[in-house]
Every structure is written in structure tokens, then in C-alpha cells.
Design a protein around this ligand. Structure first.
Ligand code: NDP
Ligand code: 13P
Length: 317
């Protein structure tokens, strides 16, 4: 089975290296291949060199020859990239590796794949993993979700390595929402820590944030056990507690009232906006996500955000 990774940012590069380690043939597509061709390093994952067995290409049609395509661009670019494939992707497995909710359709990556490439089989690779850790081959466990059990099983075996353990699921919506929503809560946690609030505040936000994640996911058809697994609770714990996380660092900067480099990918900011609109449409209470949207757009301060959350009517847990 041949594999192509679409997007040579931090995560796409790390995945290509991981797959190459297991001996599979892998092509890495970038929209600009100049740095990758000359240095064999991605500007987004400096210090990590691609092995010889990873072929770099800027030709999407060549990447489309692979049996399995891993889509590793940011969520808001997924539909743009998919639109650039000008041949049908019949019989291919398309594995979305991005975490977020598309602002145009208010859907996750699997729905975007199904809508734009109905001839292919959509799947999701998600869970707690920093690109740098995957590239170093550190032990990691992720969720591979695909509604088609046989294809899911095949993908699980294609993409797992001795260091990267993949758990299989058929709950695609639960897997993608866990990955998308934890980024929003990580921004909230970063903002509180940045503002000088303590670990107890962070624990409260993580727990009540997890309640929001589960509420929305179950409303949209997810299974609660998926949210308790790697793609929900697992990734929430990682992202809310590590300064390796860009979402958490973005929150820290908000809390410290410091600028943040706008070229860094922060999926949670756009996802907070998407969740706010989605929650309004379906009538769900998502106060932390709504607050993160206001914080990210600068329409509320961290102090006022916390005050508003604390002054909500007391209720049963
Ligand atoms: N980094 C991590 O640790 C992890 C990331 N993820 C997820 O993976 C996804 C990608 O993140 P990550 O790799 O870190 O992001 P990066 O910012 O490191 O890289 C993004 C990549 O996407 C490319 N890209 C952006 N827009 C477009 C577009 N319109 N068309 C084509 N290519 C585009 C960029 O190209 P260019 O360089 O030319 O700008 C870049 O190569 C996100 O959804 C993230 O949540 C998941 C798990 C771990
Ligand atoms: O998704 C990730 C870890 O699982 C990466 O998190 P950040 O995008 O916040 O860096």
C-alpha cells in the first residue's frame, strides 16, 4: 500500500517520518517544496531531517496515485486543498489529520471529505501527540476512526509503528469532535494560567470544558466513550497542560496580554467561533467555548471572562 501525506507542516512531516520508519513507501506533498528539497527539513518542524525514503513532491496529481492519502493541512484549508485534486479519488482512503470545525459548513473534517470527495472513504487520525514527539519516535497512542470497519482495520495496520500505537473506532464524529474541541479548552486554560490563576482554576476549566465537549458531541451523534478516550480526554489533558501546545501558548499570551505570532497555527480560535455559531443554531449551552471565541477576538478580557463564568446561576453538576 502506498501512502501520501498532503501538507508538509509540523504534523504532516512528522507523520511522513513515522510511516517511513515502518518501511512503507511515502510521498510528502507541500505547496512550496523549495526548503524541503534543499534542506530536507520543514520550516514548521526545524531540526528534524526527512529520511531518504520520503519522496517530496509539489505535484498533487502524483500524490493522488497513492492508495491512502493523509490530509495534514489546517482545518480551514482542507476544502481548498481537496478542491485542487482534479481526478476522482475513487477507491482511496482519505485520512483527515486536522483538528477543527470548518467555519463555512460548521462540520468536522470527515464531513468535508465526504461532501467534496464522495467517491473516497473518509477516516480520522486524532489523539494526543505533538509532532515533535512523533518525529522522535516517542511512544504515542492515537485513535484511527473510520465508519467502514474493514478499511479502518487496514488503515490501522498501515499507519501503526512499534512506537505509534493506533486504536480503532467507528465513531468518526466523536473522534473528530474530541480533537477539535479540546483546542478551545486549551486556549481557556492557557489564558487563566497566563493571567496568574492557579492549577485549581485549570482543573475546573478542563472538567467543565470536558462536559461541554461531551454535550455537543453526544448531541451530534457521538458515543460518550469516544470522548473519554484518546481523542477527547487524552488530547484534552495533553493540550491543556503542556507549553508545547500552540493553542495553550496562544491562551497564555492572551492572559499575559502579550502579542502572539499570527503565522502560528492555532486551530482552537476558529473552532471556538464555529462552535459558538453551532451551539446557537442547535440551542446548546457552551459557555466556555463562547467565552474563548470572545477572548480570541479581543471583545472581552480574561478577568471579565472568568467573572462572567463564575457569576452564572449555581446548578447541579
Ligand atoms: N503540530 C502538531 O503537533 C499536531 C497538529 N495536528 C493538526 O494537524 C493540522 C496541521 O497542523 P500542523 O502541521 O501542526 O500545522 P503547521 O502550521 O505546522 O503546517 C500547516 C501546513 O499546512 C500548509 N497549508 C496551509 N494552508 C494551506 C493551503 N491553503 N493549501 C495547502 N497547504 C496549506 C502549510 O503550508 P506552508 O508551510 O506553505 O504555509 C503547512 O505546510 C492541524 O489541524 C493540527 O491541529 C494534529 C496533531 C498534532
Ligand atoms: O493537537 C495537538 C496535540 O495532540 C497539537 O496541539 P497544538 O495544535 O495546540 O500545538
Amino acid at each position: 500500500m502506498s501512502i501520501a501525506v498532503i501538507g508538509a507542516g509540523a504534523f504532516g512531516t512528522a507523520l511522513a517520518i513515522s510511516i517511513a520508519r515502518s518501511g512503507a513507501e511515502v510521498t510528502l506533498w507541500a505547496r512550496d517544496t523549495s526548503a524541503l528539497q534543499s534542506t530536507r527539513q520543514s520550516l514548521r518542524l526545524p531540526g528534524v531531517t526527512l529520511p531518504e525514503s520520503v519522496s517530496v513532491t509539489g505535484d498533487l496529481a502524483q500524490s493522488a496515485l497513492a492508495d491512502t492519502l493523509l490530509l495534514a493541512t489546517p482545518m480551514q484549508s482542507l476544502s481548498t486543498v481537496l478542491d485542487q485534486f482534479d481526478t476522482p479519488l475513487s477507491g482511496k482512503a482519505l485520512v483527515a489529520c486536522c483538528k477543527g470545525i470548518d467555519l463555512n459548513t460548521l462540520t468536522g473534517p470527515a464531513e468535508v471529505l465526504s461532501r467534496l470527495k464522495p467517491e473516497a472513504t473518509p477516516a480520522i487520525l486524532t489523539g494526543p501527540s505533538f509532532a515533535a514527539d512523533i518525529a522522535r519516535g516517542l511512544p504515542t497512542a492515537l485513535t484511527l476512526a473510520c465508519q467502514d470497519e474493514a478499511i479502518g482495520r487496514s488503515l490501522q495496520h498501515q499507519l501503526a509503528t512499534p512506537a505509534l500505537r493506533l486504536y480503532r473506532s467507528t465513531d468518526v464524529i466523536g473522534a473528530e469532535l474530541g480533537g477539535a474541541l479540546k483546542n478551545v479548552i486549551a486556549i481557556a486554560c492557557g489564558a487563566c494560567i497566563g493571567q496568574g490563576m492557579g492549577d485549581s482554576t485549570r482543573a475546573a476549566l478542563m472538567t467543565r470544558g470536558f462536559a461541554e465537549m461531551t454535550r455537543l458531541a453526544i448531541h451530534l451523534g457521538a458515543r460518550s466513550e469516544t470522548l473519554s478516550g484518546l481523542s477527547g480526554m487524552g488530547d484534552l489533558a495533553l493540550t491543556c497542560m503542556s507549553e508545547q501546545s500552540r493553542n495553550y501558548r496562544f491562551g497564555l499570551a492572551l492572559g499575559q496580554e502579550k502579542p502572539f505570532d499570527p503565522t502560528i497555527t492555532v486551530e482552537g480560535a476558529k473552532t471556538a467561533e464555529a462552535v459558538t455559531r453551532l451551539a446557537q443554531q442547535i440551542g446548546l449551552d457552551m459557555p466556555i467555548c463562547q467565552m474563548v471565541h470572545q477572548l480570541s477576538t479581543g471583545s472581552v478580557s480574561v478577568t471579565d471572562a472568568i467573572r462572567t463564568l463564575l457569576s452564572r446561576p449555581l446548578k447541579e453538576e
